[in-house]
Structures are given as structure tokens and as C-alpha cells.
Ligand binder design. Structure first.
Ligand code: AMP
Ligand code: GLY
Length: 426
């Protein structure tokens, strides 16, 4: 079968890498892909949000299965368009993707179906939002309702900061229409974890747990990024919390979305905040996490295609997943200046040496080929991912490979996985 992976980040390279191993797959396309997918897949020069272009390509090429990586095309309705055209696609409809596309919708669903989350109010009027902020007091979290490329959330330590975030979103419109409405919610402290599940509209199959590292610097300091590294499994998600996240978070959402008339088919990603055995949901995403997908896929045994097909066909109860018991760690290497502005076109050295190491896969994100060279083309450039008998060995292997790779201005966190080590040492 021919498979098309939509997107060009580290998550999509990981999906291409996994799908290319399937005995069922004869050909993989990546749109637009990156230097890492090039070779494993055929890169197609169509952007991930060009739904018309993707549909035309899939039709012309006779693509049998399309797997959508990022949220933007899902929120735009790529799954609906492909389905209407009689094409098989893995990912939620636009109505179901509202769980990520609208924070207010997400909060309403959680409230209605009893999913534990922070107390909140939604506002269309900046004066009302600010009055609520003054009444509640800091700390508070202000969230632009719509998609804001991961930048729409402000964790405000003071009332002034929270009010400024309201002005930025609602008055300054720095996130465009995504900030016309805001959600103001209670600040939660604890340790975050990512909990992803395959869903077929009726039932679900949880994946191994994982944890992202959002702030740019060691010790969780500095501004948030798309994610500077991830590992799986996450020891903060104990077997008991795993069971509770399945039953108290994923199940009510899958049932609730079906009851709302928009059954959820695809990957449902719950961002959890865990403290003293208490789980609260920070957000839902309508897709695999990036970079969580990289360590998860490295640990996933067997063929991914039957699982995706079972989701599409509503028979997920007939499949199962096995996980490599080893740990996987992904360290993101980023461009100078990221998450602010950064240069592009900088040549990367040492990729082959790193990729030649045992149990290491160098997933590309913001890279492209330039003649015989591989150069940077984004903020997050590489996700250097390794398996190890435990998280300590996986960390050592991943950082060993990171040490092989060089380009001017490259930076990475040096403490990916440390929370897991700390927890295991307790
Ligand atoms: P979100 O996109 O909603 O997950 O928010 C992005 C990041 O902001 C999360 O990963 C958390 O680190 C932080 N965050 C979001 N909501 C809260 C909250 N209620 N309390 C504390 N931190 C939060
Ligand atoms: N790594 C966070 C996300 O994918 O949203």
C-alpha cells in the first residue's frame, strides 16, 4: 500500500520511519517532509496546510492511507475532505479536532463529562476577563482560545502579567482571531506527563506514557518551546495512574465526543498535571506529540498500519500493541536563538557518525538537503533518540550521539530525562 504522511517535523520523520518498516507498505510519501524523511520516503513539495494540494496529490498518486501529523490541517478539516473524497485518512474530523482547536470547547467538554481539570472561565470581552483576574488573584493561566502555534498560553505569576496577556491576545491580537476569546484558569502545580491513546470513535488503546520538556533551558527555565526533549515511559505515570488516566480522562472524552455527535478517531493526547496521585488535564491535542512521538515510536513493537486501520474502521478492540520494555530518550537539538528568531541554511556535521551508533535514531525536524549537504531549516532541527536498558542508559546513548553532531549556534538541554532518574532514585 501507498502511505502519505502529512507534515515535516520530527514527529513525521518518526512516523515515516515506523511506517516504512511495515510489510504492508510499498511506498511512503512525506508532504513536505525533511532531509530525514528523504530516502525513506519520497518528499512531496506540498505544504501540510495545503489541503487542496494534498487531496489532489493523494488522488493522483492513488494513496491508500494518509496519516496526518500536525494539528493545523486537522482543525482545517483535512480528515473530512479526504473521507468525503473516499480516501482513507488517519486523524480526527474538524469537529472532533476542536478539542485542540478551541480551548473553550475543550474545557466545556471536560466539564460536561466530568474530566478533572483546572477551574476556569471563558471570556469574549477583555474588561470582563480582567475583572475576573483581579477577583481571583495570581497565579493564573491565560490561554488564547484558538491555535497559536504553541505560544497562546501565559502562566502569569502576577495580576499585571495576566492582564497584559489578555491585552496581548484580545486587544493586540498577536495570535489573530485565535485570541478573540480567552480562557482564564486556575494555576496547577505538579509534574507534567503526556498520555496518548489511539481512538476509533468508540474505544481506545493507550500508548506507553511519556514526558516532554517544554522550557528551553535546563531546570525548566526560560520560555516555552514546542518541546526540547522527551522520554518514555514516564515513571510519574505509575501503573495506578495509567489506569486512572485511561478510565477518568480518555474514556469519558471518547464517550462524550460520541454523545456529542463527533466521535473521536485518531490520536487523543492528554497533557496531564500530576501531583500527589491527583491527575488534572491541562489540555488535549488531536495528534501525536512532538517530540513525544519519537521515543514512543522507538518503543512500539510490531506494525503500526493495522492499528491505524483499526481506528479508521472502528475495530480497535481487535488489535493490541506491544512495547519494548527498554526506555527511550529523545534530545532535541535546536537552532541558535530558538524559540526566538533563528538563522536557516546552516550546515550540519556529524549526522552519519551519530546515526551509526547502536540503538540510536536521529530524527530530523527542521532540516533540508542542499546539494550533498544537510542544512538547518527550522527552530527544532533534530531529535536524537536512543533506546537503553533503563532511562539512564538511554540518556547516555542519546547524549553520546548528540556529541557527534555539530553546527554553529546549536543548542540543547543537558537534563532530558533527569526527572525520571530523580523519581526512580527516590
Ligand atoms: P497547554 O497548551 O494548555 O498545554 O499549555 C502549555 C503549557 O502551559 C503546559 O504544558 C503547562 O506547562 C502550562 N500550563 C497550561 N495550563 C496550566 C495550568 N492550569 N497550570 C499550570 N501550568 C499550565
Ligand atoms: N510536545 C507538545 C506537543 O506536541 O504539543
Amino acid at each position: 500500500m501507498k502511505v502519505l504522511v502529512v507534515g515535516g517535523g520530527g514527529r513525521e520523520h518518526a512516523l515515516v520511519w515506523k511506517l516504512a518498516q511495515s510489510p504492508r507498505v510499498s511506498r511512503v510519501f512525506a508532504a513536505p517532509g525533511n532531509a530525514g524523511t528523504d530516502g525513506l520516503a519520497t518528499n512531496v513539495a506540498v505544504g501540510a496546510e495545503d489541503v487542496d494540494g494534498l487531496l489532489a496529490f493523494a488522488r493522483a498518486e492513488g494513496v491508500d492511507l494518509t496519516v496526518v501529523g500536525p494539528e493545523a490541517p486537522l482543525v482545517l478539516g483535512i480528515a473530512d475532505r479526504f473521507r468525503d473524497a473516499g480516501l482513507r485518512v488517519f486523524g480526527p474530523t474538524a469537529a472532533a479536532a476542536r478539542l485542540e482547536g478551541s480551548k473553550a470547547f475543550c474545557k466545556r467538554i471536560m466539564e460536561k463529562y466530568g474530566v478533572p481539570t483546572a477551574a476556569y472561565q471563558e471570556f469574549d470581552d477583555p474588561a470582563a476577563a480582567k475583572a475576573y483576574i483581579r477577583q481571583r488573584g495570581a497565579p493564573l493561566v491565560v490561554k488564547a482560545d484558538g491555535l497559536a502555534a504553541g505560544k497562546g498560553v501565559t502562566v502569569a505569576r502576577t495580576v499585571a502579567e495576566a492582564e497584559a496577556a489578555v491585552d496581548e491576545a484580545m486587544v493586540g491580537r498577536v495570535f489573530g482571531d485565535a485570541g478573540a476569546r480567552v480562557v482564564v484558569e486556575e494555576f496547577l502545580d505538579g509534574e507534567e506527563a503526556s498520555f496518548l491513546a489511539f481512538c476509533d470513535g468508540r474505544t481506545f488503546l493507550p500508548m506507553a506514557s511519556s514526558q516532554d520538556h517544554k522550557p528551553v533551558y535546563d531546570g525548566d527555565r526560560g520560555p516555552n518551546t514546542g518541546g526540547m526533549g522527551a522520554y518514555s515511559p514516564a515513571p510519574v505515570v505509575t501503573p495506578e495512574l495509567f489506569r486512572r488516566a485511561s478510565e477518568e480522562v480518555i474514556r469519558p472524552v471518547v464517550d462524550g465526543m460520541a454523545a456529542e455527535g463527533c466521535p473521536y478517531v485518531g490520536v487523543l493526547y492528554a497533557g496531564l498535571m500530576i501531583k500527589d496521585g491527583r491527575i488534572k488535564v491541562l489540555e488535549f491535542n488531536c495528534r501525536f506529540g512532538d517530540p513525544e512521538c519519537q521515543p514512543i515510536v522507538l518503543r512500539m513493537k510490531g506494525d503500526l498500519v493495522p492499528v491505524l486501520e483499526a481506528c479508521i474502521d472502528g475495530r480497535l478492540d481487535a488489535v493490541s500493541l506491544e512495547w519494548d520494555p527498554r526506555a527511550a530518550v529523545c534530545v532535541v537539538m535546536a537552532s541558535e536563538g530558538y524559540p526566538g528568531s533563528y538563522p536557516k541554511g546552516v550546515e550540519i556535521h556529524g549526522l552519519d557518525t551519530a546515526a551509526g551508533r547502536e540503538d540510536v535514531v536521529v530524527f530530523h525536524a527542521g532540516t533540508r538537503r542542499d546539494g550533498g549537504r544537510v542544512v538547518t531549516s527550522g527552530g527544532r532541527v533534530l531529535g536524537v533518540t536512543a533506546l537503553g536498558s533503563g532511562v539512564e542508559e538511554a540518556i547516555r546513548r542519546a547524549y553520546g550521539a548528540v556529541g557527534d553532531i555539530r553546527w554553529p549556534g546549536a543548542h540543547h538541554r543537558t537534563d532530558i530525562g533527569r526527572k525520571a532518574l530523580d523519581r526512580l532514585a527516590r
